[in-house]
Structures are given as C-alpha cells and as structure tokens.
Design a binder for this molecule. Structure first.
Ligand code: ADQ
Length: 503
C-alpha cells in the first residue's frame, strides 16, 4: 500500500478519542492503515515562520510534521486572504470579501514555501492529498518541484458559480493551478458543476464524460465525495458517562420544556441570527410555546481578528438579549448562547437531550453537525432535524425538515411542526437519516477518494506508457495499471454534452 501524505491547515489529532472531528477521524484512520505523513501549520507563530525548523512527532507509522508562520503570514495569508477574501467568496458572500494585493501575494508565497518544505519529504510513489481552500494551489507548486506521483485535492467548502468566483481577482490563476491535481473532490454535485462551468466558460476548457475535465493541456477528474462522520463511534459516545451527565444536566434544567439546539462555529455562513429570529417568531406567532420551549445555541468563537466575526458576535448578543428581555420569565430564559467548547462525548449528550436540531446555514460545504445530531439520537425517542437546503448535507439527508433559512416564516413553521411531530413520524424519518449517516461515514469518504486517486493516477501513467515506445516491461506495467485503474482506457473518453449544469 502506498504511503499517504496529507496536507491541511491544521494537523491532527491522530488518537484523541473525545475530540477529533469527522475530518480528523477519516484521515487519521487512513494514515494509521497506510502509514504516512500529516503536514501543516503548527498553529503557532515564530520569527522564522515557514523558514523555521520542521516540528516532527512520530506516532506509530505516522509522522505529524508542522511548521510555524510569522505573525505577518498569519495576518496576510490566514486571516487575510484565506479568511477575508476566499472564505466569503466561496460561500457566495462577495459583499463581505476584503481583498488586498498584499493578502494575495502572501497566499501564493506561503503555498510556494509549503511546497518547497514538503518536496524533499516526498517519494514518487506517495499518495499526496491536499485539503481545503487554504492550499488550493499547492498541487501546482508540488508538481513544479518535480513530483509526478498521485496528487489529489479535496475542497471542504462550497465552490460557487463562476459569476461569483470571478469577483476574486485571483480566480483564474487559482482554478488553473488546481488542474495540477489528478483528482479534485467536492462535497456536492452543485460544487463540482460550478467548477466545471468555470473551467469551460472562463478558461476555455472542456468538460468530458465521467467527471473528466480538460484544460491547458491537462486532464483532471473532478468528482463528488460527500464527507461523513464516524457515525458508529459518535453514537457510542452518546452512551458514555460523560454524555449521560450532560444529558441529565440539560434535562434537569429544562424541567418539562422542550429543547431546540444549534451548534456551530460562530460564523456568518451558519445563519445563526436568522435562526434566533425564527425562534422569536415562534414565541410571537405560536404563544403556546412560551415557557414551554428553550433554545440553546452553542457557538464557539472563531476568527475573532476578522471584523465581520466581531460584528456577528455583537449582533447575536443583542438578539438574544432582546428575545430574553421580551419573553423571559423569572424561571425561564428562552435563549442561551454559549461560546465554550465541549468534548465530543459531552456534545453527543446535549444533542441527544434536544428535541430539535436546528442546522440552518446560509451556505455550507457539508455540515457535520447535522450528521452528528442524527447519530446521537435515542432510537426509541429521536429528535427532529431541521436542515437548511443550502447545507451540502441536505442532498443526502432529505428526510429532515428542509428549510430555506432566508424564509423566516418557513423556519418558524418547521419549528412548530418539529415540536409537535408524533413519535411514529419522528422514528420513521430518523431511521432513514441514520442509515444514510452510517453508510456514508468518514471511512467511506476517505476510502472512495483514495481509490479514485489511485485509479486516476494509474490511468495517467497508462496514457504515458501507451504513447511511449514500450518494451516488454512497459507492457506488463501497462496491464497492471489497467487493472488498478478499473476504468476505460484514456482514448475512450467522449465529449461531455452540457450535462454539467444540473439545477
Ligand atoms: P466547519 O465549518 O467547521 O467545517 P461543520 O461541518 O459543521 O463546520 O463542523 C464543525 C465541527 O465542530 C463539528 O464536528 C462540531 O461538532 C464541532 N463543534 C462545533 N462547536 C463545538 C463545540 N462547542 N464544542 C466541540 N465541538 C464543536 C468545514 C466546512 C463544512 C464541512 C466540514 C468538513 O465549512 O461545510 O462539513 O469542513 O468537511
């Protein structure tokens, strides 16, 4: 089995039962199985930044290798370009994007530096897998360093339509650089199709059958790999002592009231103010819910150095204060907003204790909270998931109550429906949801992507051998690669006829 090399902004944890999220679990599993390297930013700053020493930790067959950044790198690359320019545009929020040439220069420079530090560690038969928007162009720089092995990329956040992405001055350069990968993975068909439209309409490429895209003399496979969680483990968390303690704490404090829960990083893409307004309207339009339903929003702070995030925090505090001031009683606080983190076990107890999971982002690549809420439910008395149609997860979790988070009245009606849903219907919906969440788990996500990467890379090698003179050893190699690829030989690809715009 070839060694796996993963590059992501933050690295690990590899073995932290209670804390690792879906992404870390899926990757850690694959890394442990194959052995490999997990490479990224240490999360710390140092004077030498990316020129400083590599920090190497070895756990079994896996090396965790990190680098510091300078304070200026964090300001310009991480807070600047990645989180003030790319993040909003990728989430369709051109209005919030802050673009600065200095940020952009830092972005390309840091990607180049990371590739330069990584290159000496790579072997030609490694499977190299780059993660997320911070490192979209890393592949082209890894190729420039001479690496010709299997190189894949997964985008965890949405890929917007070209009409939106072109607002980013670096958009063309960015997409062209992504063509260096063998496989580009997206969360949903919409994201993949938006990418294909950009390639076809903006940089003169062609979209071929079978997820292949061709531009600038390169062929890349762009496909859909919806990320999942470790559903089994998450369900088991809900039965641990820690989860039961949190469950009991919350239920005791509620008395007989019902609980609605929201869990999100404090981010404007998550639609938290819209959610609070829908709850306020529930209390106004359906007064029978007053003193009968509470709303808990867990929203750990993130990216506090970016202005839009500080504004959002103030907005939330004002909204919660307003609702509590209007409807609160001496013994009932309608809304609680908590910014602290919880262990994953604790979180599973809170999900299970909640009658409604309100997951209503304005735009989200996938949204793992929706899947965690489902996995943590009591099969005999499951809660109801309300899910935004703009979360990638809505494609798979269609038995949830699907809402448009911009439609305040619809969200309110969904809340009223969820709070009154009979047990039979709750069970029926949950069973279907749970099956989907269990089947599409993080191991499957990782396995499908790596299989596609191996097959695609084998195909590329095949094409190369086909075209070369090739003696007996090349023929044997060709046969081996054909088996590994398991896909029609290169020459059989047919032009794609407009199927990519699937609305
Ligand atoms: P995020 O935007 O971070 O991820 P999400 O998928 O919901 O969004 O994952 C958040 C994770 O943080 C969940 O596992 C959740 O349990 C955890 N979490 C949130 N609040 C917590 C708290 N207070 N204590 C402990 N844990 C907490 C990005 C994309 C998503 C995509 C993922 C994975 O934006 O669209 O689903 O990557 O690809």
């Amino acid at each position: 089995m070839n060694r796996l090399v993963v590059i992501s902004n933050r690295v690990g944890p590899l073995n932290d039962e209670g804390k690792a999220g879906g992404l870390a679990v899926g990757l850690a599993d694959a890394l442990r199985q194959r052995g490999g390297v997990w490479f990224g930013w240490s999360g710390k700053t140092g004077e030498d930044g990316t020129f400083g020493p590599l920090q190497i930790k070895t756990e079994g067959e896996v090396q965790l290798i990190t680098l510091d950044m300078t304070q200026a790198d964090v300001a310009d690359f991480y807070n600047g370009f990645a989180n003030q320019a790319l993040w909003p545009v990728l989430h369709y929020r051109m209005d919030l994007a802050g673009y600065d040439r200095r940020f952009s220069e830092a972005f390309w420079r840091i990607n180049e530096r990371i590739a330069a530090r990584l290159a000496p560690l790579l072997k030609q038969d490694d499977l190299v897998w780059v993660q997320d928007y911070h490192f979209a162009p890393l592949g082209s720089q890894i190729r420039a360093s001479g690496f010709s092995g299997a190189l894949g990329y997964f985008l965890h956040v949405p890929f917007p339509p070209p009409e939106v992405l072109t607002a980013l001055p670096d958009a063309h350069r960015l997409v062209r650089s992504m063509l260096a990968y063998d496989v580009i993975g997206f969360q949903t068909v919409t994201d993949r199709d938006n990418f294909a439209r950009f390639v076809a309409g903006e940089i003169g490429g062609r979209v071929l059958e079978g997820g292949w895209i061709e531009a600038s003399g390169r062929r890349v496979r762009a496909d859909v790999f919806p990320i999942g969680i470790d559903a089994e483990r998450f369900a088991a968390f809900a039965a641990t002592a820690e989860a039961r303690r949190r469950y009991a704490q919350l239920r005791t404090e509620l008395h007989d009231r019902k609980q609605i829960i929201g869990v999100d990083r404090l981010d404007y893409t998550k639609g938290i103010p819209e959610r609070l307004s829908a709850f306020e309207r529930l209390l106004k339009d359906y007064p029978e819910n007053r003193n009968k339903v509470s709303f808990l929003q867990i929203a750990p702070l993130s990216r506090e150095n970016v202005k839009a995030y500080a504004r959002l925090r103030r907005e939330l505090e004002e909204l919660a204060g307003h609702i509590n001031g209007t409807y609160g009683l001496l013994d009932w606080t309608p809304v609680r907003v908590m910014t602290r983190g919880f262990s994953r076990k604790g979180l599973s107890g809170l999900y299970r204790a909640s009658d409604v999971g309100l997951v209503t982002p304005l735009r989200d690549g996938m949204n793992l909270v929706a899947k965690e809420y489902v996995a943590a439910q009591d099969p005999e008395n499951p809660g109801v998931l309300i899910l935004s149609r703009f979360a990638g997860a809505a494609r798979e979790l269609s038995e949830a109550l699907i809402v448009n988070p911009y439609d305040n009245a619809e969200m309110t009606e969904a809340l009223q429906l969820a709070l009154r849903m009979p047990l039979g219907e709750r069970k029926e919906r949950w069973q279907a949801l749970n099956e989907t969440v269990r089947k599409g788990n993080s191991r499957r996500w990782c396995g499908l992507f790596l299989d596609a990467l191996e097959a695609t890379h084998a195909q590329r090698r095949l094409k190369f051998l086909d075209e070369s003179e090739g003696g007996a050893s090349a023929k044997t190699e060709l046969a081996r690669l054909r088996r590994a690829a398991g896909v029609p030989p290169w020459g059989e690809l047919k032009p794609f006829r407009g199927r990519h715009v699937r609305l």
